[in-house]
Write a protein that binds this ligand. Structure first.
Ligand SMILES: Nc1ncnc2c1ncn2[C@@H]1O[C@H](COP(=O)(O)OP(=O)(O)OP(=O)(O)O)[C@@H](O)[C@H]1O
Ligand SMILES: [Mg+2]
Length: 309
């Protein structure tokens, strides 16, 4: 019996490897604290990368609170299959696809009451059985914390490119973000960088920035822990409305500071241009959709050493 379980586990690993081999960069978006904007960041980076011509997949591993489909405006779609074995992801745009447990739920209000082993099984099935085809990016949205979901992703995809850690600026969020940094290190996963979301509220009336959660906490943590900082995304009421309505924010234009920031971060990730002694995304290598490798980073870069051992 134990042997049979082991064989099935290995067979699933084999299927995951085959799927993942067709995908360029596999990035897990995580945070210690809930509600800091992981899903918002994931969805927006996906749209920005798709705008750049990349072929992008988004995997929603937040099984208890799957919000990705709503933010992409594809809520209510259901899963389909060509062969009755594997699933086809739901198409958001010609080069952007998504998979979420929400597509398999008949009642969107029904709670998913699952223990760890069931969550692990569902995530591994998504990794093994979704027909993404060739992708430049797979962005994996996770629930808050450093538990079953994050562990399953990291252990099931040994060649995971890295993690993006989302935090808000205030101390209680930073405390939890530090745990995400240490989680990545303990599992030997590279840290692509930290994003400070909700970094100031842009007043919808006058455009003044109000530091509602403070500002700069994410960058200070990065300096202290020697991890790359990817940028600050301010809070904008219109962005929240766009997410609620499932509208693509990437086309609203750079007059919206949050869109400008998200585009810059996506560019930085895709081009690997942020390389310096304090910021190193060069380990990402040359992106398949927009070649522009970082030429300046050396193996002496402290960030590379910290991340890659
Ligand atoms: N920069 C922003 N400006 C305006 N609203 C934002 C911003 N970032 C996130 N939000 C809003 O804040 C709420 C929480 O964001 P989101 O769901 O992305 O957080 P999360 O970290 O994924 O939450 P959870 O931990 O529950 O998964 C959402 O309504 C979202 O639209
Ligand atoms: Mg979320």
């Amino acid at each position: 019996m134990a042997q049979q379980v082991n064989d099935e586990y290995e067979l699933t690993n084999e299927r995951i490897r085959e799927r993942m081999d067709k995908i360029g960069r596999k990035i897990m978006v995580m945070s210690g604290k809930g509600g800091v904007g992981k899903t918002t960041v994931t969805v927006n980076l996906a749209n920005e990368l798709a705008d750049m011509g990349c072929r992008v997949g988004v995997l929603d591993t937040d099984l208890h609170g799957p919000n990705v489909a709503k933010m992409f405006g594809v809520e209510g779609e259901s899963l389909s299959s060509n062969d009755g074995v594997s699933f086809l992801p739901v198409k958001v745009r010609d080069n952007l696809f998504v998979i979420s447990l929400s597509f398999a739920l008949e009642d969107p209000d029904a709670p998913v009451i699952w223990r760890g082993s069931m969550k692990m099984g569902a995530i591994r099935q998504f990794l093994a059985d979704v027909e993404w085809g060739e992708l430049d990016y797979l962005l994996i949205d996770t629930p808050p914390g450093t538990g079953d979901e994050q562990l399953t992703v990291c252990q099931s995809i040994p060649e995971l490119t890295g993690t993006i850690i989302v935090t808000t600026p205030q101390d209680v969020a930073i405390l939890d973000a530090r745990r995400s940094v240490n989680f990545s290190r303990k599992l030997g996963v590279a840290i692509i960088g930290v994003i400070e979301n909700m970094s100031g509220l842009i007043c919808p009336e006058c455009g003044t920035e109000i530091p509602i959660f403070g500002k700069g906490g994410g960058k200070r943590m990065c300096q202290d822990m020697h991890v790359p900082f990817l940028g600050e995304v301010p809070m904008e009421m219109d962005l929240r409305v766009a997410e609620d309505e499932g509208k693509d924010w990437s086309h609203v234009g750079a007059s919206h500071p949050s869109q400008k920031a998200l585009r810059e971060i996506a560019n930085e990730i895709n081009n690997g241009t942020a390389c310096s002694t304090s910021r190193d995304t060069s380990f990402l290598g040359t992106p398949s959709c927009k070649p522009s490798a970082c030429a300046t980073c050396t193996s002496n870069c402290p960030s590379r050493k910290k991340n890659n051992g």
